[in-house]
Design a protein around this ligand. Structure first.
Ligand SMILES: [Ca+2]
Length: 398
């Protein structure tokens, strides 16, 4: 019976996807037809709810909202119920009233290769027809590239969004020849400064311990890219913390504490409580191994190096994190929600209850690229890859 239900849901989902493709074809013909097909698509998907089987999450429903996203990296929502989704190719997908627009960001010297491309976006100032955002992206070529930060202004005129301003904010000063381990996650702090995860570039892991290098660090700066007035390291005013590998998660909790997660190698994925000036150990202290199986370090703790609050060995490949402060899903209140590429699930970590972990398995097994929340506390999941989707998790009934 369960199997028959699964097959039926899969068939409905496939029909919905086909309808979405048809919708796009029709939309090319006339806007009104596209609008109608979009409506039908949304109604179809509303009927396609997927109950989750875990006991704590028995009332959660998963509803696909958007499909056919080509290698997205980040999703944000705003007070106008719009979605802002970055594509690694350098475009921003803006979804407003079921209409989607793709806006090229005109980033200086964007490198779309390997793990590089347009990465994260944060919305700094949001109005109905004007948005100021900050993005992170890979810049350069495959022999010399780096993480860069840009400020963009988007204006809506006659329902069309356009970039009217793109300015470089910051460029990581150390070039690397590997198009991987950019990290790239951004977080706006309450004091209006910006935190940036800068990766170790894979082949440059020793740099994570060098205060002279900006690789393998959390960086902090003003929104215009100038250094902050209270830097913890005298010799490099952009460093906030060091000893990181490839961090793709940053979140603030209800107490204003900063949480970060990072990919370990084979094992050693971590959640860290970030503090200014602290050293988080990589690559001297790790519970992970090299992909070859070789031990990276026999040391799992050391004086002066802050241990993780949570460690996963084997790896889960954490890609995204939000702090869940809503009570829409009471079981999740006070948890960090962490989306993963490897286990294709959401790991909920209760930071107010001894880091108790709950795993939410989604009925659609996809690598998760990013997470965010709606204003009502529903959870939005952005999947990974060339045919990615946005899934809406809502509270249903038993
Ligand atoms: Ca560590």
């Amino acid at each position: 019976m369960q199997k028959a239900k699964k097959v039926l849901r899969l068939i409905i989902f496939m029909i919905a996807l086909d309808l979405d493709l048809l919708c796009k074809y029709k939309k090319a013909k006339t806007k009104m037809q596209g609008f109608l097909f979009n409506r039908i698509f949304v109604i179809m998907l509303t009927l396609t709810v997927f109950p989750i089987t875990e006991s704590w999450a028995r009332t959660v429903h998963v509803q696909p909202l958007l499909t056919d996203l080509n290698n997205p990296w980040s999703i944000k929502t705003d007070d106008y119920n719009r979605f802002w989704i970055t594509l690694m190719s350098g475009e921003l997908v803006i979804v407003e009233d079921d209409i989607r627009q793709k806006v090229p960001l005109k980033l200086d010297n964007l490198l779309h290769s390997g793990q590089g491309g347009l990465l994260d976006i944060i919305l700094v100032d949001v109005r109905a027809e004007r948005v100021h955002a900050i993005v992170s992206y890979a810049q350069g070529d495959t022999s010399a590239n780096r993480l860069a930060i840009a400020s963009i202004v988007l204006i809506k005129t006659d329902n069309i969004w356009e970039v009217t301003q793109t300015e470089s904010v910051f460029v990581v000063k150390n070039d690397k020849s590997t198009p991987v381990h950019y990290a790239g996650r951004l977080l706006l702090l309450p004091d209006n400064t910006l935190l940036v995860n800068s990766g170790d570039g894979f082949d440059y892991r020793e740099d994570a311990q060098r205060t002279s290098s900006q690789l393998g660090k959390t960086l902090r700066m003003n929104l215009d890219g100038t250094p902050v007035s209270d830097p913890p390291f005298a010799d490099n005013h952009y460093l906030f913390s060091l000893g990181h590998r490839n961090a793709q998660g940053l979140a603030l909790d209800s107490l204003g504490r900063i949480w970060q997660h990072e990919h370990g190698p084979a094992g050693g994925d971590e959640v860290n409580l970030l503090e200014s000036g602290a050293n988080y150990g990589w690559p001297i202290v790790t519970r992970g191994k090299d992909y070859s199986g070789a031990l990276i370090s026999p040391i799992t703790q050391a004086e002066g190096m802050t241990p993780p609050k949570v460690n996963w060995t084997p790896s889960i490949a954490p890609s995204s994190m939000v702090y869940y402060g809503f009570d829409t899903f009471p079981e999740l209140t006070g948890n960090l929600l962490i989306g993963t590429l490897k286990t294709k699930t959401i790991h909920a970590i209760n930071i107010h209850d001894d880091y108790r972990e709950t795993i939410l398995t989604l009925p659609i097994s996809e690598r998760i690229r990013d997470l965010t929340m709606t204003n009502k506390g529903d959870v939005l999941v952005l999947t990974d890859g060339g045919d990615a989707s946005v899934l809406l998790l809502t509270q249903g009934t038993d």
